[in-house]
Design a protein around this ligand. Structure first.
Ligand SMILES: *[C@@H]1O[C@H](CO)[C@@H](O)[C@H](O)[C@H]1NC(C)=O
Ligand SMILES: *[C@@H]1O[C@H](CO)[C@@H](O)[C@H](O)[C@H]1NC(C)=O
Length: 313
C-alpha cells in the first residue's frame, strides 16, 4: 500500500515535471516565445535598419553630412546619427563612396515606396564604435584605437564590415517572401548591395598584402578577422570569408584569392534577421542592442526580439 502510494506520487511528480520539460510545447511558450510569423511587410521594412546605417555612413564619409541634409523626410523623425564624419579619402575612394551614399538613399526610397517603414533608429557611427568592432575582431585593444575616418584603407575596412551583412540578409529573406513585389524589390536591392560589397573587396584586394598602419597587420588579415567576428556573433557557422583564405575554402576548393565570399559552390550565404541583428548590435544576441544600434533596430522584427530581451533581462 505504502509502495503503491509512493509509486502514485512518483508518477504524479513525473507527470508534473513533464509539463516543464523542454520537449513540452507548453514550456516552450515560456522558454522561447512562440515563433512569430513575419509577413512580407515585416521582411521588407527590416532592412531599413541596415540601409539607414549604410546611407549615413557613406554620406558622412564622402560628404561630411548625412540624410538630414539630403532628404530629411526619409528619416521620418528619427534622431540624427551620432559620430559620423568626413573621412580623409583619396579621389577614387571618395567618388565611389559618394555613389554608394546616393545608392543607399535610393534604396530607402525604394523600400519606403512599398512599406510604411519606421523612423531612422539611433545610429552610432563614431570612431569609437568602429574601434570597438576591430578590438573585438582582434580579441584585444588595438593601439592606437582604429579610426575608420583616418584614410582610405581604414574607411574601406570599416565599409567591409557593413554591406556584406545586408547582402546575406537579403539572401536569407528570399525564401521567406511571398508576394511578387517583395521578391522583385529584395532581388533588386540584393543585386546592388552585393555590387557594393564586391567593389569594396576589390579596392581592398589591390592592397591585400599591405600593412594597415600602424598595426603591422595586413589588409587581408583585417578582413579575415572581421569575417571571423561576424561568424562568431551570428552563431550559425561559417557564412563569412576574408580576402585570402585556405585553398579549400576558395572557389572550387582550389584557390586562395577570395575576392567574393560564397559557399563551396560560390553561392552567397543566407542570414536570418536574428543573425543580422546579433552582428550589427555587436552583442551576439538579437535581444541585446548595442554597436551601430545603441537602442536597437526598429520595425516589427527587431522589436519583437528586443521585447523578448525586456522579458528576460
Ligand atoms: C557609441 O559607441 C561608443 C563606443 O562604444 C560609446 O562610447 C558611445 O557612448 C556610443 N554613442 C552612443 C550615442 O551610443
Ligand atoms: C586546381 O588548379 C590548378 C591550377 O592552379 C589546376 O591545374 C588543377 O587542375 C585544379 N584542380 C581542380 C580539381 O580543379
Amino acid at each position: 500500500m505504502a509502495l503503491h502510494k509512493h509509486f502514485f506520487s512518483l508518477t504524479l511528480t513525473i507527470f508534473i515535471a513533464s509539463l516543464f520539460l523542454p520537449s513540452s510545447p507548453s514550456f516552450n511558450v515560456f522558454a522561447h516565445p512562440a515563433k512569430i510569423e513575419f509577413s512580407d511587410n515585416d521582411l521588407v521594412e527590416f532592412p531599413l535598419n541596415l540601409e539607414f546605417l549604410e546611407a549615413e555612413f557613406f554620406l558622412f564619409g564622402a560628404l561630411g553630412y548625412g540624410l538630414d541634409a539630403i532628404d530629411p523626410k526619409l528619416a521620418q523623425g528619427g534622431p540624427p546619427p551620432s559620430g559620423g564624419k568626413l573621412a580623409k579619402l583619396d579621389a577614387l575612394t571618395k567618388d565611389v563612396i559618394e555613389q554608394f551614399g546616393y545608392q543607399e538613399v535610393g534604396h530607402l526610397r525604394a523600400i519606403l515606396g512599398q512599406v510604411k517603414g519606421f523612423p531612422r533608429p539611433l545610429l552610432n557611427l563614431s570612431s569609437e564604435s568602429f574601434a570597438g568592432i576591430m578590438d573585438s575582431a582582434f580579441g584585444k585593444p588595438l593601439n592606437p584605437p582604429f579610426d575608420p575616418y583616418a584614410n582610405s584603407i581604414n574607411y574601406l575596412l570599416a565599409s567591409y564590415a557593413i554591406p556584406y551583412v545586408g547582402l546575406t540578409g537579403y539572401v536569407g529573406a528570399a525564401r521567406l517572401l511571398k508576394s511578387e513585389n517583395a521578391k522583385q524589390l529584395v532581388a533588386g536591392l540584393l543585386g546592388v548591395e552585393s555590387g557594393q560589397d564586391a567593389v569594396i573587396r576589390t579596392l581592398l584586394y589591390e592592397h591585400k598584402d599591405e600593412v594597415v598602419q600602424p598595426y603591422k597587420v595586413s589588409v587581408a588579415e583585417f578582413t579575415n578577422r572581421i569575417s571571423m567576428l561576424r561568424d562568431k556573433l551570428g552563431k550559425t557557422g561559417m557564412k563569412d570569408e576574408g580576402l585570402v583564405v585556405a585553398k579549400d575554402v576558395g572557389a572550387e576548393g582550389n584557390i586562395t584569392g577570395n575576392i567574393l565570399a560564397g559557399d563551396k559552390y560560390s553561392v552567397a550565404y543566407p542570414r536570418q534577421p536574428q543573425e543580422v541583428l546579433r552582428i550589427v548590435y555587436g552583442t551576439g544576441d538579437e535581444r541585446v542592442p548595442g554597436g551601430f544600434h545603441p537602442k536597437g533596430g526598429d520595425g516589427r522584427i527587431a522589436k519583437s526580439f528586443l521585447n523578448e530581451g525586456k522579458l528576460y533581462n
